[in-house]
Design a binder for this molecule. Structure first.
Ligand code: ATP
Length: 367
């Protein structure tokens, strides 16, 4: 369902929180609203689901003013996900997700099927999760429940206000990855507020940059990163924005298939007599060819027993679908210039290295 904001304005007394905003959100895409604290992102989101009434202008759904839409219909067609305070603590996961379907008076068997399907979608085991209370879940699990609840009545639009804001950085990455997969399946029109430019670039098909209640730039994410309109947008993107362009290039574009790999339980002296020192890293797999880890080839020469080898292996890897930005982070944190590329099924398909990443960066800079 198409959403269009037309001259949308919100005033609190003399103060203008949102000023004359015009945005047409693209169907089935995720648009991120980002900008400094107090610039009107949340106010905009809440005007769309009428938690806040606008002062002037209009919000159109498929060309129809929000004023002419039945409030119950509006609630059904817009899902809302906020930071974890959004879950009701005294209700089970099941009942939390079932809130809107019950308001809509769906039959219980339809509700049960929907709740279980949604828990599956967000990668939580329905049988063991449905009857828990929010306090019995981790922050990341609670957030997945929040997403499931937002999707409960199969809304056309999902509004998300810093949904992963309260999650620590590592779990946040995992949730973002899971959410990208969910959006690939559900293809909703999503409006997503965040403070975090990296999250915006990773998740957003489009980004709308706000300043003092006004829209500064609204474009496809890649265009924003490559052509920031002014210094304010450059500031939001941060100093390392050329690195951020690496978010748009997949590891598969820079992958080297030529590599050196051995079985971990092979005799160490055999391995050492066969290795070629021109491969900077040596990769190890188990007898089923599943990835076990890697070591710099130079260091391998200094290791003289298999148990030492096992404990010295680095476990880092990236997948072909990861971005070069993630690969660069992994390379920096593993302090090795090369890192294995592994499939979802733990099979090694090649390596990615700093040289390939820099080559991709200079290619992109020339475009
Ligand atoms: N009820 C209110 N009365 C008066 N001013 C308000 C009210 N609600 C919000 N504001 C002001 O409107 C402006 C926009 O607020 P809003 O919450 O939309 O900002 P935001 O961009 O979402 O900020 P943050 O990133 O900090 O959540 C702020 O300056 C805020 O202080």
């Amino acid at each position: 369902m198409a959403i269009k904001l037309v001259n949308l304005t919100k005033k609190y007394g003399d103060f203008t929180a949102v000023n004359n905003l015009n945005i047409e959100f693209e169907d089935n895409k995720l648009t991120v609203l980002i900008g400094p604290s107090g610039c009107g992102k949340t106010t905009t989101l809440k005007m769309i689901n009428r938690l806040i009434e606008r002062t002037s202008g209009d919000i159109l759904f498929n060309g129809k003013s929000i004023d002419d839409i039945n409030p119950i219909e509006l609630r059904r067609s817009i899902g809302y996900v906020i930071q974890e305070i959004g879950l009701f603590p005294h209700m089970t996961v099941f009942d939390n997700i079932a809130v809107v379907p019950r308001l809509l008076k769906w039959p219980e068997d339809k509700i049960k099927k929907r709740v279980y399907d949604l828990l599956d979608l967000v990668n939580l085991d329905p049988e063991s999760t449905a009857h828990k209370y929010p306090a019995q879940l981790s922050g990341g699990q609670r957030q997945r429940v929040g997403v499931a609840r937002g999707l409960a009545a199969d809304p056309d639009i999902l509004l998300m206000d810093e949904p992963f804001g309260a999650i620590d950085p590592i779990n946040r990455e995992t949730l973002q990855d899971a959410f990208i997969e969910i959006q690939e399946k559900i293809k909703k029109t999503i409006i997503f507020v965040t403070h975090d430019i990296r999250e915006a670039i990773k998740l957003g098909d489009k980004i709308a940059i706000f300043k003092d209640g006004e829209l500064v730039q609204y474009d496809d994410t890649q265009n924003i990163v490559q052509n920031p309109k002014d210094d304010f947008v450059k500031d939001i993107l941060g100093e390392d924005s050329q690195f951020k362009a690496l978010e748009f290039v997949k590891v598969s574009e820079g992958l080297y298939k030529d590599m050196q790999a051995f079985k971990i339980d092979e005799d160490l002296s055999n391995i050492k007599s066969t290795i070629q020192s021109n491969y900077p890293i040596t990769i190890f797999v188990d007898k089923n060819n599943n990835y076990k880890g890697f070591i710099e080839t130079k260091r391998l020469n200094r290791i003289d027993d298999s148990s030492k080898l096992r404990s010295s292996l680095k476990k880092d890897y990236v997948t072909a679908k990861s971005s070069l930005y993630e690969a660069l982070n992994k390379i920096l944190s593993s302090s090795s210039t090369n890192i294995p590329v592994v499939t979802d099924k733990q099979k090694v398909i090649g390596v990615i290295n700093l040289k390939a990443i820099f080559e991709q960066m200079s290619n992109k800079a020339e475009v």
